[in-house]
Design a protein around this ligand. Structure first.
Ligand code: FRU
Length: 563
């Protein structure tokens, strides 16, 4: 994919802002992320309608938006932002507008109806911009699925009044339609949650307006309180995959085996995503997925094993883009958690999205004996739109007990920092009673007592993120804003019986930290809140009383937007 280096600053939206909200906890408004999408003002939750306009070479992101307050509330709109580079975002006017004040244009998706299967378009609309949105119309009485279309490249929408709702089950718990084109059956496929029955209904359609129920995928994985925001995507299997070998099809007649045929192993697999809230393993909201096969009507998981796409506290309602230029799967999650999203100390906006991530399948060494298919996440950042501070590096050095490395980064930089850390832990250097720990501290440049700590406990073979060291009252006052979040991490390599290697890439953007372990085999996204303007300006790696670690590679640099 050719990413253009165009920088777009946040344009002012034109709907009138709600009464300005007073800053509650000081100047945290300064800490608005630079390369994570946030609304200019108001409340944002789930990403919606992600699609790529091949004519304008423009990525569109819509989102659940309440422009009138910094908490969720009705009427709920689809906010809208675009990007040329998936790194900087331009805000636009709201796009889908709920028909009544006590209603909501709830989550949904967008497809490009190139061949005009819906009949909504004339030749005037470029096939690459035949935009159809499918979303949930929420009223106090029901949740039904609505279709709207756009002939101006996704900026304004017309509701399909003759046919809406296109799906109505007489239910108040039926939402979040995600549609894609299924090449094999030459049909549109829609997945939608019957939330409190723990079912994801699968429908098919030739034209996006008449839908046939095909099956329900139900009661799989973590249930929590309810299912939300489903999605189904095809991903190529990695080359030389050993986890799915040849399949054998056995045919029986009257109980006797009559044929035993081997068929070639698949070249693709399907990933089924389901978000649950509340009741996730991290607490509150998170997104799980299953790997399996989809035949146009049914999804069958390979194994009854559940994976969680991001192990942090702040990643929910993940959705993938329709129609990427290179055919790869790109995604965005809402970087918050319903447990505390309404209270986070940002103003005059609330919530941000994650970075865009590219998904690929990999064979993941779950333990020394077993490999499983896993989705690997790679952050998409266009470095052409960024300027960089000094690159601090540290290579092939041993850090013994009570030793440390210290870096003064530039003061008054912009709060956008990335680092790579690869190290080995030597288990012959510590005993079972020891807490053999290595920590990377990222400290504020104005107030060093505010810091993030990425710790590693060798005996637990786990990382943790400590986001609790700040003067911002919300952090200590909100009991759900867990100050320490752990990630049980597989080594990137078993070097010897005693030596294991760990690898992590991290990016901190003013109030959100994304950690990618082992090149994205596992990810943990967590928000954090420092006093306004106290941006990261110091990094320390410290080894406590027990343990010996070899730092194979450490690099850290500050970044800012080119203006
Ligand atoms: C998930 C969700 C969706 C719903 C939307 C409403 O976060 O509850 O199920 O469509 O948010 O804003």
């Amino acid at each position: 994919m050719k990413l253009l280096s165009v920088l777009s600053l946040f344009a002012a939206a034109t709907i009138s802002a709600a009464t300005p909200i007073e800053l509650i906890y000081g100047n945290e408004t300064l800490n608005r992320p630079l390369i994570h999408l946030t609304p200019n003002y108001g409340w944002m939750n789930d990403p919606n309608g992600l699609w790529y306009d091949a004519k304008e070479e423009l990525w569109h992101v819509y989102y659940q938006y309440n422009p009138n307050d910094t908490v969720w509330g009705l009427p709920l709109y689809w906010g809208h932002a675009t990007s040329k580079n998936l790194t900087t975002w331009t805000q636009h006017d709201v796009s889908i507008i709920p028909p009544a004040d006590d209603s909501g244009a709830y989550s949904g998706s967008i497809v490009v109806d190139q061949n005009n299967t819906s009949g909504f378009f004339t030749n005037v609309t470029d096939p690459r911009q035949r935009v159809v949105a499918i979303w949930t119309y929420n009223t106090p009485e029901s949740e039904t699925q609505y279709v709207s279309y756009s002939t101006d490249g996704g900026f304004t929408f017309t509701n399909y009044d003759q046919g809406n709702p296109v799906l109505d089950l007489n239910s108040t718990q039926f939402r979040d339609p995600k549609v894609f084109w299924h090449e094999e059956s030459q049909k549109w496929i829609l997945t939608v949650a019957k939330t409190q029955q723990f079912k994801i209904a699968i429908y098919s359609s030739p034209n996006l307006t008449t839908w046939t129920h095909e099956s329900d995928f139900e009661r799989e994985g973590y249930l929590g309180y309810q299912y939300e925001c489903p999605g189904l995507v095809k991903l190529p299997l990695p080359q030389n995959t050993t986890t799915t070998t040849e399949e054998t099809i056995q045919t029986y007649s009257n109980g006797t085996l009559v044929s035993n045929t081997s068929v070639a192993a698949d070249t693709d697999k399907w990933a089924f995503f389901i978000s649950i809230n509340p009741g996730s393993i991290q607490g509150g909201s998170s997104t799980q997925y299953f790997i399996g096969d989809f035949n146009g009507t049914h999804f069958v998981p390979d194994y009854p094993n559940t994976n969680v796409i991001d192990l942090g506290k702040d990643y929910y309602a993940m959705q993938t883009f329709f129609n990427s230029p290179d055919g790869d799967i790109y995604s965005i999650g809402w970087a918050s958690n319903w447990q505390y999203s309404a209270y986070v100390p940002t103003d005059p906006w609330r919530s941000s999205m994650s970075l865009v991530r590219k998904f690929s399948l990999e064979e993941f060494q779950a333990n020394p004996e077993t490999k499983i298919l896993n989705i690997k996440s790679t952050p998409v950042i266009d470095y052409d739109v960024l300027n960089f501070g000094e690159n601090f590096t540290y290579h092939n050095e041993t850090l013994n007990t009570n030793s440390s490395v210290h870096y003064d980064l530039a003061k008054n930089f912009d709060g956008l920092v990335e680092f790579n850390l690869t190290f080995t832990a030597n288990s012959s250097a510590y005993g079972n009673h020891d807490f053999a720990g290595l920590s990377l501290y990222l400290r504020g440049d104005q107030d060093k007592n505010e810091y993030l700590r990425l710790g590693f406990g060798a005996n637990a073979a786990a990382f943790y993120i400590d986001r609790g060291n700040t003067a911002v009252p919300f952090v200590s006052e909100n009991p759900f804003f867990t100050d320490k979040v752990s990630v049980n991490n597989q080594p990137s390599e078993y070097v010897t019986n005693e030596i294991t290697k760990y690898k992590v890439y991290g990016i901190a953007d003013r109030n959100i930290l994304e950690l990618y372990f082992n090149d994205g085999s596992q990810v943990s996204t967590n928000t954090y809140f420092f006093t306004g303007g106290n941006f990261i300006g110091q990094a320390d790696i410290e080894v406590a009383t027990d343990g010996v670690f070899e730092i194979e590679d450490f690099q850290i640099r500050q970044m800012t937007l080119k203006l």
